[in-house]
Design a protein around this ligand. Structure first.
Ligand code: URA
Length: 583
């Protein structure tokens, strides 16, 4: 019996559990097995050793031993292990792979390991990784992902290489799905999507681990080399000019702006701050921040900024469409025509087209070992509420790390000509999309208003038909109110009143989504197709008609300026938002 359930002390069962929460993680790590709640006596193989070569290229890290592993005394030798091992070449497995787990003892009933167990075991597991120095730790499932990197969401991260520092050893961490999850998701009709993904990831890492760049893990000093210029008179302007002069010939500089709102067409649109620089040397300065400069110095700052953009070499943004749209709006289309830009988000999307992990904070976690967005409390949407230095620091770090990210991702893009083509296509597309956005779309408000009235009449008519249906009347008798727009009311009516199996979900509960309602024949339940029709019209009204009539999506120039994106749809087609003009 371990530390938390110390029966010898005569503690009541609830007390040790309360104590569990209060033991600092550091203490758990230092105490190791002495603090671990597991009852080692009940195990065949407590403190199971990893298996495989002691000089591994790949170190597979699982969650915890299962029953078969405990009996045989070796990690991954049960059903999951067989699936895992089948994805490796036999010789490769023998010569290049070591296999271990985040915790070394089998948890009761194979349950998921908990924090105290993980932390008490951490140092021993990390030590083995540090001793054996693998190039890549291949982590199976969410537990090792968080253990090694602090990240969550295995579905988003699987198949990506993430830098990690484990027991002092810096290496790549490569998350894969856990094989037991893959086994649970097996399909009757050939290999499931999860099996294919699992195999793909393991084959990919075996083929590519030697080609990965050297990993770099950064700790602390995230704002080193960032000069903050607060906009306090001529001396500050001179200082800014000096720094921009020395940055002009850098092969590439990161550029980032902080703005008053998302789009430059709004009434209050202003570029508050800008940062420009390299990893070693970055300057962050106010542009049209009302707290800085006087109006004549502000004009000079804008002059310096435009001159720099036109005359410097490559400029790197993270999500180029944003920076370009603002610069082109305020400083003219020459910004797009005469300058050379790169985009770290486009690089990331070219390397891996899955959406979800494209933010600057995600990418610094992936390539540098820390989340940039966690290094400052500033919320850029409320920039003026923070001291100007805090805002500048936030802004400056973005440019600094964007530039380094560009340098790290570009060799990966350049590994395949197809990737280079795709990346360049995205870069060429950015100014074209901004020009299209700028042009805007005129709207006929009177016509929208008449459509709104027509739709209101139509909605009322269908609602009346729904309310006249026998099943709705029965529902009202039993439960009182029935709202056709309420998914809960609709699901309950279809389930309880109409006894329709279509709305019952496999794992329990009910649904009234389109998939379910469209399967119910109108002859049997007349309200089902009517409710679907009602939803279609209401959606059109609330998404497209109401925002036009209320003016919410119309800018002061009387136009709609949709925003196009090339990094949202997985098929590579464009997407459009605010509003989606493609519908
Ligand atoms: N699952 C794991 O995570 N590890 C093993 O060793 C076996 C199954």
């Amino acid at each position: 019996m371990g530390f938390f359930f110390n029966a010898a002390r005569g503690a009541s069962p609830s007390k040790p559990r309360a104590a569990k929460k209060h033991i600092p993680v550091q203490t758990m790590r230092e105490m190791g097995c002495k603090a671990c709640p597991f009852d080692h006596a009940k195990l065949v193989t407590p403190k199971m050793r990893p298996s495989g070569t002691t000089r591994p290229s790949l170190y597979v890290l699982g969650e915890a031993p299962g029953e078969e592993e405990d009996t045989k005394g070796e990690p991954f030798v049960g059903k999951s292990g067989r699936l895992l091992r089948s994805c490796f070449d036999r010789d490769f497995l023998e010569d290049h792979v070591r296999i271990g787990n985040t915790i070394r003892c089998r948890p009761p009933e194979n349950r998921t390991p908990e924090t105290p167990e993980i932390e008490c075991c951490r140092d021993q597991v990390a030590q083995d990784i540090a001793d054996t120095q693998p190039l890549v730790v291949v982590g199976a499932g969410g537990i090792p992902l968080t253990w090694a990197t602090g990240l969550t969401n295995i579905t988003a991260w699987r198949g990506r290489t993430i830098v990690a520092k484990i027991g002092g050893h810096v290496c790549w961490y490569f998350p894969i799905l856990h094989p037991s999850y893959v086994l649970r998701k097996q399909s009757k009709y050939g290999k499931s999507e999860h099996e294919l993904v699992f195999e793909h990831d393991l084959h990919w890492i075996q083929k590519n681990y030697r080609r990965l760049p050297e990993p770099h893990f950064y700790e602390a000093s995230y704002d080193t080399g960032v000069t903050l210029i607060e906009g306090d008179g001529q001396r500050d302007l001179n200082k800014l000019e000096d720094i921009l002069n020395r940055l002009r010939d850098a092969p590439s500089v990161g550029v980032d702006i902080e703005t008053s709102c998302l789009r430059p067409y709004a009434a209050n649109a202003a570029i508050y701050m800008c940062s420009i620089g390299t990893f070693e040397d970055t300057v962050a300065f106010p542009v049209n921040d009302p707290r800085a400069w006087n109006s004549s110095l502000r004009r000079k700052v804008e002059g310096l900024l435009v001159e720099f953009i036109l005359e410097s070499r490559k400029k790197v943004a993270h999500h180029l469409g944003f920076e370009l749209e603002w610069f082109m709006y305020f400083y003219g289309n020459r910004i797009a025509n005469l300058t050379e830009w790169e985009d770290t988000m486009a690089q990331a999307h070219t390397i891996d087209e899955r959406i979800g992990v494209l933010g600057l904070g995600d990418l610094t976690s992936q390539y540098f070992g820390f989340d940039l967005k966690a290094q400052s409390d500033v919320d850029p949407k409320r920039l003026l509420e923070y001291p100007i230095r805090d805002g500048l620091r936030y802004n400056g770090m973005d440019a600094k790390w964007t530039q380094l990210l560009y340098d790290v991702q570009q060799p990966i893009v350049c590994t395949e000509p197809e990737l280079v083509n795709e990346y360049e296509r995205k870069i060429r597309l950015a100014p074209a999309l901004v020009l299209t956005q700028q042009k805007g779309i005129g709207v006929d408000k009177d016509y929208a208003r008449s459509l709104q009235e027509e739709m209101a009449v139509e909605i009322k008519g269908i609602e009346a038909q729904v309310m006249a249906c026998a099943e709705v009347k029965k529902y009202k008798q039993k439960y009182g109110e029935f709202l056709p727009s309420s998914p809960d009311h609709v699901a309950k009516m279809m389930d309880v009143i109409c006894d329709r199996k279509e709305v019952r979900k496999e794992g329990g509960g009910t649904t009234s989504d389109e998939g379910a309602l469209s399967k119910i024949p109108a002859k049997e339940v007349p309200s089902a197709p009517l409710i679907l029709e009602l939803r279609t019209i209401s959606k059109l009204q609330s998404t497209y008609i109401d925002p036009v009539v209320s003016g919410r999506i119309i800018y002061p120039d009387g136009l709609i300026h949709t925003k196009f994106g090339s990094m949202v749809a997985i098929t590579g087609r464009l997407n459009s938002e605010d509003p989606n003009v493609q519908n």
